[in-house]
Design a protein around this ligand. Structure first.
Ligand code: SF4
Length: 492
């Protein structure tokens, strides 16, 4: 069963999960995270998104239940990204999986971990194989000595991107916290003193961005609520207490569902550039029932500064953009406002109502927006457009550099800078200018390496391009054909 996972076929795994009693959960995942063109994740294991949300929360323990190879990869990645705490793991074998002992092992691990002096919450994440096998995390106790227990299924065959996996945990926690808040008084978030109506931002943002957005909200008489995914359990209550929820990242479907259940209006898009900021402030003011005069005054105060920053550092470049973080459309809007030509934006995230305004704006400015973009679509767009700069994922950047196109890794460069307000406008111009200056250097590099081996003939230490032994490829092709024939014969 372990080899099935993300390479084993989505349909087989889904059928197994449904047969094992998880059809309602799988149907909810299908509804929240509609499928894309490919049948398996094209970026890192989706569960990483949920794991990361758990690991970044104070006083929260996160336990994985899955195949050892998956857990190894997830643990490695989480420490690569600076997790400063342990990842819990409940291993299994065929016997514990089939007999139900795995569930008992998970329950024991949760009991052992759930110490109120250490934790507010214990999160258990079912990966592909335990989900497909029906390990029933919903049967775990809801709390142990006041420590909340949250069990979620985050299989790669049901959650297409790690972005959406953040929503699975964020939504599950918010749902739990909403239940607590509805049942009686709850703790006040630490440091929350503002008595102004609040806006809760949804999405993992660059740390300076919430501060910048807070400055944009101040002239409206609004303050920031704790954002989501939250950093502390009691922040969930603060977020729920908002006047407006802002789905800055547009893929938090389960999280938004909880805000709506709490009666909070939800606004999409984000304050990028002049037009984006004007529209976003308008949507927030409307949702918060503010008078037009307050909105007009805020716009008059804020927009000239953003316009001046954009005018001071115009971007003169043709750019393609692709990523899996959910902010792709906002980044593209900012680039277009700064003067760039952006013929293509690909996002691995699905189309939702919270990016609808960005889609309309970009389409009106000649940008093709590809939701649930596959790597192949991103690559084809880049080859077709031949941009001055390709912003994308690691494999796309690799292909761009091979073709002599300056390229920028989205996660490390774009997501690691402010995006909103005047700070975002300034930062974006700086990185694009620095990267597009490198075009001539890339062209020189391509011609320098012209004639050396590529792909399986790449390497160093060779005097000439490495050559296959005579007949090698033919022999392998014959072996593959014979193997396929033998397999087909067994099947008949
Ligand atoms: S848990 Fe992640 S790595 Fe493991 S099989 Fe599923 S999608 Fe692949």
């Amino acid at each position: 069963m372990a080899e099935t996972g993300c390479h084993g076929g989505r349909e087989t795994m889904l059928e197994a999960a449904s047969a094992a009693g998880k059809s309602a959960g799988m149907a909810q995942l299908m509804q929240d995270y509609p499928r894309g063109p490919h049948d398996q994740p094209q970026s890192m294991c989706p569960a990483f998104g949920a794991l990361r949300v758990g690991l970044r929360m104070k006083r929260t323990a996160t336990i994985l239940s899955g195949s050892a190879c998956c857990v190894y990869g997830l643990t490695f990645t989480s420490h690569f990204y600076g997790a400063r705490r342990s990842v819990g793991y409940v291993p299994f074998n065929s016997e514990t999986l089939v007999t139900g002992k795995l569930f008992e092992d998970i329950r024991d691990a949760v009991r052992e971990t759930a110490k109120p002096e250490d934790y507010d919450a214990v999160v258990v994440i079912n990966l592909c194989v335990p989900t497909a096998s029906g390990v029933p995390l919903d049967l775990l106790p809801k709390q142990i000595d006041g420590v909340r227990v949250i069990g979620i299924d985050v299989p790669g065959f049901g959650v297409p991107t790690h972005a959406e996996a953040k929503d699975v945990l964020s939504g599950a926690m918010l749902r739990y916290a909403r239940g607590e808040a509805e049942a009686g008084p709850v703790a006040r978030p630490a440091g929350l003193r503002d008595e102004l109506p609040m806006v809760a931002l949804i999405g993992e943002l660059f740390p300076a961005d919430p501060v910048g957005i807070g400055a944009l909200l101040a002239p409206l008489g609004l303050a920031l609520a704790p954002g989501l995914p939250s950093r502390e359990w009691r922040d969930l209550y603060g977020a729920l207490d908002c006047a407006v929820a802002a789905a800055v990242h547009p893929f938090y479907t389960a999280t938004v569902r909880e805000f709506r259940a709490a009666g909070r209006p939800v606004v999409g898009s984000g304050p990028v550039g002049v037009e984006g900021t004007a529209a976003w402030l308008g949507a927030i003011a409307k949702a918060a029932n503010l008078p037009a005069s307050v909105l007009d005054a805020a716009r008059a105060k804020l927009l000239p500064g953003i316009a001046a920053t954009l005018a001071a550092a115009p971007i003169k470049a043709r750019i393609t953009l692709s990523g899996y973080e959910g902010s792709e459309l906002l980044v593209a809007r900012l680039l277009v406002e700064a003067g760039a030509e952006v013929p293509y934006v690909g996002t691995a995230c699905p189309k939702t109502e919270w990016s609808a305004a960005d889609l309309d704006w970009l389409s009106a400015h000649g940008t093709h927006v590809q939701y649930r973009a596959s790597f192949e679509q991103d690559l084809a767009a880049m080859r077709d457009v031949q941009p001055d700069l390709a912003v994308g994922t690691t494999p796309l950047v690799q292909q761009a550099k091979e073709a002599g196109i300056p390229a920028l890794y989205y996660t490390n460069m774009v997501s690691a800078r402010p995006l909103f307000g005047a700070a975002g406008a300034g930062a974006m111009a700086g990185i694009v200018a620095a990267q597009t200056r490198g075009r001539e250097r890339f062209t020189r590099m391509v011609s320098f390496f012209d004639g050396v081996g590529t792909r399986d003939a790449a390497g160093y230490g060779w005097q000439d391009k490495p050559r296959d032994p005579p007949g090698f490829r033919d022999r392998l092709a014959r072996q593959r054909a014979a193997k396929l024939k033998a397999e087909a014969a067994v099947g008949t």
